[in-house]
Design a binder for this molecule. Sequence first.
Ligand code: SAM
Ligand code: SF4
Length: 378
Amino acid sequence: MTPPLDTPSTALPLPHPLVRSQPAAPPSAQPAAPPKQTPQTLIDRYGRVAKDLRVSLTDRCNLRCTYCMPAEGLEWIPTPQTLTDAETIRLIALGVNQLGIEQVRFTGGEPLLRKSLEDIIAATKDLRTAAGTAPTVALTTNGLGLDRRAAGLKAAGLDRVNISLDTLDRELYARLTRRDRLPGVLAAIDAALEANFSPVKINAVIMPGVNEDSILPLAHFALSRGAQLRFIEQMPLGPRSQWRREQMVTADDILATLAKDFALTPATQPRGSAPAALWEATPRTASATPAGQLGVIASVSYSFCGDCDRTRLTTDGAVRNCLFGNSETSLRDLMRAGASDAELAQAWAGEMWRKLPGHGVNDEGFLQPDRPMSAIGG
Ligand code: SAM
Ligand code: SF4
C-alpha cells in the first residue's frame, strides 16, 4: 500500500491511485461494424463496453460559467429539433432494455431547466436491465432550484446527485458564473443532504489564477458536510482559445495544495470505470474538519480513456461515443423517419464501434469538438 503523503515538501511528485492509459491495441483486421451479439452491447473495437449513458436534457443554462460558455450564451438548439419526452424515454429504454446500459445520468446544459425532469426520471427508474434490476439514475446540476425539487426528485427515483460548486467566495462565484447565485447552490447542497441522496457529490473545476485559493476551503467544507468533493481538471471544451495545456492546474497541482492541510492516502476501494481517483484525506492538525474522501478527475494529465464506459445522447438526439470527439449519429432523424428499435440499436452500436482509443487532448493537432460541452452533456 502506498504510504500516506508526508509533508508537502516531500510529497512531490504525488503518486496516483491508478494511472489509466489507452486501451490495448485493436486487432489489425477491424470489421467496419460491430459483431452480431446476443444480447447486443455497446462494445467498441478496443473491447470497451459502454454501460453508462449520459443524457443531455437541454443545452440551455441559467449560469454562464466562464470555462463553459461566453457571457452572451450560445446559439441554443431550436426546440423542434430537440427530443420530446417520449422520444427521450424511447431511446433511454432502448439503451437499458436492449443495449446493456446500467446507469443513466441526466445532465446538460442545466437539466433542472427541463420541467419534465421528474417524469423522465420516473420513467427511467421503471426500466429493467437485462439482470432485471432498475438502472441507477444520477443527475449533474448547478443546483439552482434543487432546494425546492430535491424531495420530489428523490421520490421520482433519483439515486445520486452531483452539484457543481467552484468556490465558496460569493464575489468570486458571481464572477466565475456571471451570476450572483451562490446562496442558491448552498441551499441545494443542504437540500440534497437532507433528502438523503447517497452520495452527494460536489464538482469543482479549478482554473489557473482564478480559484486555486478555493481548493482548501472547498475541501474543508465538503468533508464537514459529508459530501464527496471531486476536483476536475479544466478541459478544452469551453470558449475557444481560453485553455492552455501548459497553464492548466493539473491533478498534481491540486493534490500538492491539498497536501498542505491533509495527509493523503490513495483509497483502497476499486475504482472501476469511475473518472475520479479517490484519496483518504486526514487533517494534519487538530481541526473541526473530519477525515474523509476527496477525489480528483484528471481527464487531461492522467487520462482514463482505457476504462471509459460512457455513451452520450445529446438533447437533439445524437449519440456520441466521446466527450472530446466529433463523431455522432442522429437517432432522432432515424426515429422521425420511422426506424424500428432494432434499426436504432444497430445505429447506436455502430457509433460506439467507431470510438477512438483516446481523447487526444495532449496531441499537438488536437481540435476542440464542434459542439460545446453544454450541447454534448458533461
Ligand atoms: N449545468 C450542470 C452543471 O454545471 O453541473 C451540468 C452540465 S455541466 C457541462 C457538467 C459538468 O461539467 C460541471 O461539473 C461543470 O463544472 C463541468 N465543466 C463544464 N465545462 C468544463 C470544462 N471546460 N472543463 C472541465 N469541466 C467542465
Ligand atoms: Fe451552465 Fe453547467 Fe456550463 Fe456552468 S458548467 S454554464 S452551470 S452548463
